[in-house]
Design a protein. Structure first.
Length: 427
């Protein structure tokens, strides 16, 4: 623990020294006022844009203690002069989000710090609900109460009636994308013989049913359910995937003193980020809730150079705690001695745009974990959404159709005092 604290302190000192002579952009001067329950999205974004446009070294976009109401993803794009986006602390500055949205996105930026606030969603914007199954039906009823604005647009062949357990909330008009059994006694997704989860798309939207003092929500199901009466379940809404914090093509990033209670997908995901440091970062369910984020706590793709995770925790997610990985591509055409078409086997956004000067390592299809050659990329062009044409600086001797390829990086991964607790790993 002492070693971990020392490392954390050194990382924070390195970033802090770089912002000693700083220019403050107080978000209140741009119209973002705490605790007024008005939408602060435009004002917060204006403060960020002013700091980026003016380009002062060591700019700090400073929030105050209290609640900011946000309705769209905040953007840090093209920040090149040591930008910090910060609140007061991870217990006093709240970014409360409304709607189905991400939290913050950083792209094409370097030397940025995201620090000292916590994230939650408003009750009418939560990405999930939870409760106890009180009825299982072979065909959904069109019954609805005055709380429901509309009946299902198309009938699902089955349905579940779920009595909502506070503090979870009831919503009409949202389809269930996944439902899993929850172990109330141990405060975690059910484990062992009770491990049941249903995945679906295209189900009927939910209907709110008033039942005395209880609130019951009817969720349409595409397939016959394997749940039983009395099961406690978490329902994840099928409203698209919107990650909380996303980063791409950026370098020297510090995430420090941030807590996330929930998100509409993963809580922190990156693509091609170089030198990322995460300190005192926590994902956990809000008070009394049965889930935090719908999916992974952290998911880092094609990471470059250093990645450190210190004094952090991930609890109660609907999927993995931490993924750090490269993408595996497929050689689909040999054009000439120095050029080849390389494709994705699965459609992931922008993953083939690997950057000039990067290198690719190749392995034959019959021995995918035994690379035989590495070649530096001279240029590339996009052919389709899933295929790029790469030209290399030297002949790609030995490369065959079907060979696997991935971006060559020399990575340093450091993890200290990091825990993953009570998550539902869907794999």
């Amino acid at each position: 623990m002492a070693s971990s604290n020392l490392i954390s302190l050194l990382i924070i000192i390195v970033f802090s020294v770089s912002i000693m002579a700083k220019k403050i952009y107080d978000v209140s001067l741009f119209g973002a006022i705490v605790d007024d329950y008005k939408d602060d999205t435009a004002a917060l974004q204006a403060a960020i844009q002013a700091a980026i446009k003016e380009g002062y070294p060591n700019a700090v976009v400073q929030m105050h203690a209290g609640q900011y109401d946000v309705s769209n993803t905040l953007q840090i794009i093209g920040a090149h002069t040591s930008l910090t986006f910060a609140g007061v602390s991870a217990t006093s500055t709240l970014l409360l989000y409304h709607g189905v949205t991400g939290v913050l996105n950083y792209e094409q930026s370097y030397n940025i710090t995201i620090s000292s606030f916590f994230v939650d969603f408003a009750p009418d914007s939560m990405p999930f609900t939870a409760g106890t199954i009180v009825d299982i039906q072979s065909s959904p009823s069109s019954e609805s109460s005055s709380s429901s604005s509309s009946s299902p647009s198309s009938a699902s062949p089955y349905s579940l009636d779920i009595k909502i357990v506070p503090p979870h909330t009831a919503r009409a008009g949202v389809p269930a994308g996944a439902i899993f059994v929850y172990d109330v006694a141990n405060k975690r997704p059910a484990f062992g013989p009770d491990t049941n989860e249903l995945y679906q798309s295209g189900a009927s939207p939910s209907i709110i049913i008033n039942n005395g003092s209880s609130v019951v929500v009817r969720f349409g199901l595409v397939d016959k359910p394997f749940f039983k009466l009395g099961d406690n379940v978490v329902v994840r809404y099928d409203m698209g995937c919107h990650h909380a914090i996303t980063g791409q093509d950026s370098s020297n990033v510090l995430i420090h003193g941030v807590t996330v209670y929930t998100s509409w997908c993963m809580t922190h995901t990156t693509l091609r980020v170089t030198d990322l440091h995460i300190v005192d970062y926590h994902v956990m369910p809000g008070p009394g809730r049965w889930l935090s984020s719908l999916a992974d706590c952290m998911h880092f793709s094609d990471h470059r150079d250093t990645l450190s995770i210190l004094d952090s925790s991930c609890a109660g997610m609907g999927d993995d705690g931490l993924n750090v990985h490269s993408f595996i591509f497929n050689t689909t055409n040999i054009i000439n001695s120095t050029s080849a078409e390389i494709s994705l086997t699965k459609s992931w956004t922008d993953t083939l745009n690997v950057g000039l000067g990067a290198s690719m390592t190749f392995a034959h299809v019959d021995s995918p974990f035994l690379p035989f050659a590495t070649y530096k990329i001279a240029s590339y062009t996009q052919k389709t959404d899933t295929t790029f044409i790469y030209t290399f600086t030297s002949p790609i001797t030995g490369v065959l159709l079907g060979d696997a390829a991935h971006v060559t990086t020399t990575n340093s991964l450091s993890i200290s005092n990091f825990s993953v607790i009570a998550n539902r790993a869907r794999g």
